[in-house]
Structures are given as C-alpha cells and as structure tokens.
Design a protein. Structure first.
Length: 246
C-alpha cells in the first residue's frame, strides 16, 4: 500500500479543514512547494493536491501554485478540486499531472465522466467519492467541496460505472477528515468486498502508523494523509519505515 501525502490549498496557503467545514480550518506556516519536496525527500513517490477554493467555486483558484509543485518534479501528482471540464482535465495532464481527481461530476454526470475514462484511460482519472453516513449507516455521497448532499448512496454511484472504467476510487469519510479519529476501516473493507477489482485510496482520520497498517491489511491500495503528517503524529522516521516495508 502506498502512503500519499495530501496538500490542501486555500488562498495560496497550506490548510486542513475539520470535517470538510470551510469555517473550521487550520492554516500551516509551510511553503507548499517546499513541503512537497520534503515528502519526496522522505521517500514518497506520489502526492495528492486539492484546490479547496476550486472545489467550492467550480473553478481552480490556486493554479499557479499547483503548477509550481508539479514543475518541481520528482513526484507523481494527482490533482483535484474544481476540475469540471474536459479542457481543464486535458490541460493538467499536458502540464505533467499524473492523475486527475474528479469529484462532483462523477456523481452528477456519470455519462460524461465515463466518456473521459474511455478517452484518456482509467489510469489517468481518480473518482473522488466523499461520503457522510446517514442514520442507518449508509454512506451518502456529497459534491461541490462537500457542501451539497446527494441522494445517492456510495454503492449506487459506483454501480453506474464498470470495474474496467474505474480502477481507482478516492473515498473520504467526511466526519473523520481532519479529525484524527482513525480511518473508517469498516467502510473501506465493505467497499473492497463489494468491488474487489477497484483500487481504493482511503482518506480521512488517519492518526498513526497503526492506522496505515490497518488499511494495508484490508487491501487498500493507498492511504492519503494530511493532518497526521503536518502535525507530526506520523513522524519522518515512521514514514520511512512504512515506505520501506510497504
């Protein structure tokens, strides 16, 4: 399993939201480009970047900064947040992005996204399906920077795609994101049991090395961590140890 550090950008700064709430953010006094290179120096091979302004407004707002991170090189960068047109998707691929993360459109316009998957290849697109659990424990997807709750369950959304079309899903339990309460291992376990051919990127709540090992044990292909790395809950030594053993 790969460990993929996350850098979330808002107003040109590295931030973390608590449970996806834009009015509950922590701003980190770290240069995003230098931070990305620090992760590279630790041995990370991939990086996850989210333009939070873009996710909320539907148009990317931190493009210059994201391009600087991509241009610095040495990391396979997957980019999300506000990419809602084919022109934007193609532009980022041409700019050197490894993969493009599609969130809202994956839920609201599956036919369009299926066409992109066929045109650009499933290895170039990650579907970000972020969920809240309802009163019955059913994961319900959200859109537009987690600000809109859809009626679809996670399973209904996935069923609109074939396993060949969608080899990667980035799934976040929003209630755990930025909360350091531990990942929703049961959610990812059920996801993998239902769709064994899909590569799952688990996100939200990761606290420590034990959480990474738990996700690895159930078969997640990647774990995306932001706050635990920024706060030092997972140390540089632990990162190196995990990457060597993974």
């Amino acid at each position: 399993m790969k460990l993929i550090p996350a850098i979330d950008l808002r107003d040109g700064k590295c931030v973390r939201l608590y449970q996806g709430k834009f009015d509950q953010q922590t701003v980190y006094d770290k240069d995003p480009v230098s931070l990305a290179q620090n992760y590279r120096a630790l041995g990370c091979e991939e990086l996850h970047i989210v333009d939070l302004d873009g996710a909320r407004r539907g148009q990317q707002q931190n493009e210059v900064l994201v391009r600087a991170i991509v241009d610095a090189g040495g990391l396979a960068v997957q980019i999300g947040g506000g990419i809602r047109s084919e022109a934007a998707l193609e532009s980022w691929l041409l700019a050197g992005a490894s993969r493009i993360v599609i969130g809202s459109l994956a839920v609201s316009e599956p036919q369009l996204v299926r066409e992109w998957l066929e045109r650009y290849g499933a290895d170039k697109i990650v579907l970000a399906l972020d969920v809240n659990l309802d009163a019955n424990g059913t994961p319900r997807v959200t859109t537009h920077g987690w600000s809109r709750q859809a009626t679809q369950s996670l399973w209904q959304c996935i069923d609109q795609y074939s396993a060949n079309e969608m080899p990667r899903i980035l799934c976040t339990d929003i209630s755990r994101d930025g909360a350091l309460t531990g990942p929703n291992v049961n959610l990812y376990k059920e996801l993998l049991e239902r769709y064994p051919d899909i590569r799952v990127q688990a996100s939200g709540g990761i606290r420590n090395l034990e959480d990474l090992e738990a996700l690895q044990k159930i078969g997640a292909s990647a774990a995306i961590s932001g706050r635990a790395l920024l706060d030092g809950s997972i140390t540089a030594g632990e990162i190196r140890k995990f990457l060597l053993a993974a």
